[in-house]
Design a protein around this ligand. Sequence first.
Ligand code: ADP
Ligand code: ASP
Ligand code: MG
Length: 411
Amino acid sequence: MARLVMKFGGTSVANIERIRNVAQHVKREVEAGNEVAVVVSAMSGKTNELVAWCADASKLYDKREYDAVVASGEQVTSGLLAIALQEIGIGARSWQGWQIPILTSDAHGSARIESIDGSGLAEGFARKEVAVIAGFQGIHEASGRLTTLGRGGSDTSAVAIAAAIKADRCDIYTDVDGVYTTDPRIVPKARRLDRVAFEEMLEMASLGAKVLQVRSVEVAMVHKVKTFVRSSFDDPANPMPGTLICDEEDIVEQQVVTGIAFSRDEAQLTLRRVSDKPGVAAAIFVPLAEANINVDMIIQVVSDDAKTTDITFTVPQADFERARALLEAKRDELGFASLQGANDVVKISAIGIGMRSHAGVAARAFKALAEKGINIRAITTSEIKFSVLIDAEYTELAVRTLHTLYGLDKA
Ligand code: ADP
Ligand code: ASP
Ligand code: MG
């Protein structure tokens, strides 16, 4: 007997027929003698709709009420799956985040899980009852208010619950049958990976591969949760194992580059002819940090006269206008000549632990992109990845070019 967490994403619970299919996957594990906690997302499209309703009701909505609204999608699917399980003779009950409770910080809209009391779930297992848990949501204890964990947060609910109840495994069921070398919807030649290292998965997720929420990978890594990504569309009677997220040591054949990720959620700002003196970078970036604006790539160019410099950097698209307004307000203090912005940019990244021991990996990409006529606006590198910022219109061409360049195309 094992203890399992099974998580089903939005497309897997998109309607009653699919919820019945999910119930069959759960039934298989229960009949194999396992204790099962299921975590469900809202039906696909539901969370977007709820978010849009909040924005429609008010431009400056109260984030606590936003959480009250958007957490409701998961309440619906948890109840429906419990009903579908009961219907086929499996004991089940739904759990909302606050009932468990899943305690979180008070950062409404992107709260962090602080602790989970697994005792109620364990009592349910003793009664031979499947726990069907609403993902994405928790409660802030001091205020008693509902919270949500950020978009894609049900992945994190699942992994954190697996850690809390000491599950033997956490299976993330989704609409693809594992983690691929890049988004299989963009590159048909993408290959499914049998295994991917925690560090690589962390980079892939934070650089745009939305198959797992970044925090879920962090939690899996810290608590050593054995996590698989697999398909809910496999035959429930005969499913494939999917991709295991594991320690680097457990990967036998290590490629130099494991995957290519891309993020469209980028915006570029350039300050022209800023006076080149000590403290100028601080004068720009400290206020942005204080406004909670995450700056990613930064390039500073010394100009000919050595008195002024150009500074280019990127921010998430949602913060673009705010960052622009903040800098415009400081135009006199910073003394720049002009502020330019671009929203139609994309960040393409290559990730691989093998980069640690191989030189010139990024240089090959620069050459290959140049040969396709793709101009690079900014570059960043670190130990196991590099990223380039390019015009959004070249996204697919660039991802495919790098995928082929690093030998990732399937035969
Ligand atoms: P769910 O609703 O199940 O949480 P998501 O839409 O959040 O599913 O994540 C699954 C999607 O992630 C896939 O449909 C795929 O398009 C996308 N994706 C992006 N990068 C990758 C990758 N490297 N491997 C697999 N899927 C990826
Ligand atoms: N329903 C939430 C979202 O779309 C959480 C999730 O699906 O993981 O972001
Ligand atoms: Mg998801």
